[in-house]
Structure formats: C-alpha cells, structure tokens
Design a protein around this ligand. Structure first.
Ligand SMILES: [Zn+2]
Ligand SMILES: [Zn+2]
Length: 139
C-alpha cells in the first residue's frame, strides 16, 4: 500500500475519524492533482454528496492534511507538506493554472533567515509567484 495512504489512515484514526470511502477518495483525488479550487475538486468526485465533500475538506484542513492557498478572492486546496514535498507555486493570471515550482534550498534558507532576523521562528510558509505562464505568453 501507498505509504502516504497508510499515514493518512493512521492520522484519521488517531484523531477519532473513521476511514470512510468518501475520505479515502478525497485524499486520492488530492494526491493526483496540483492545487485546485474546491469546485473543481467536487467535480472530480461525482459519486459523492457535495455536503459530505465540504465537511471532509473542513475536517482535513483542521487535521493539517490539506493546505489552503489564498489566491485573490478565491482559494485552492492541496495536500499539505505532510503528504508531499514542500514547494512554491506559480499562478497564471490569464488561464488560472497553478504550477508547482521546483524545490530551492537556497531560497528556503533565506526565508528561515528572514524570520530569525526578526527573532521569530517559522513553522511553515507559502510562496506564490503570479504572472503569465509559458503557454499564455506564446499565444
Ligand atoms: Zn496561463
Ligand atoms: Zn518554501
């Protein structure tokens, strides 16, 4: 079995949540996609009741399984760093595509340094670059 799925089930049980089919399918749907809007996520789970999906998203967010990215007036969700490698995002203004950017340890160090220069200790961060993607630039 997938290591992440094992870890996911363990986390649910530890927090007294049952491992239901709906929760498992939601997790697997998130594993297969970069950040997406909740509306698009619901579309990928046509067999499940919309309110169940919303409830599970809220529960996943509380448990730290899902991270929410604020993008302008709407938000997108993806699996948190607990379940995938830490990364930053590029969002295209024109087509709305969200890309995961390659890891950059020099940048990570600088961000940690920036926090400690203010006598703070970071627990996590999000970074989003906005602009036009390659496809939109070529149009
Ligand atoms: Zn684009
Ligand atoms: Zn980072």
């Amino acid at each position: 079995m997938d290591v992440e799925i094992k870890q996911f089930k363990k986390l649910l049980r530890k927090n007294e949540h049952y491992v239901t089919k709906a929760r498992l399918r939601l997790f697997i749907a998130l594993q297969k996609t970069p950040a997406l809007s909740i509306k698009d996520l619901v579309k990928r789970l046509p067999k499940h009741d919309r309110s169940t999906i919303y409830r599970n998203i809220t529960a996943f967010e509380k448990l730290g399984i899902i991270a929410r990215l604020q993008m302008g007036w709407n938000s997108k969700v993806e699996l948190s760093d607990m379940f995938q490698h830490h990364h930053h995002h590029f969002t295209c203004h024109r087509c709305g595509q969200v890309m995961n950017l390659p890891e950059n340890s020099a940048l990570e160090n600088e961000i940690a340094k920036l926090a400690s220069s203010q006598n703070c200790k970071q627990t996590d961060h999000q970074l989003e670059i906005r602009g036009w993607c390659k496809n939109c630039l070529a149009d």
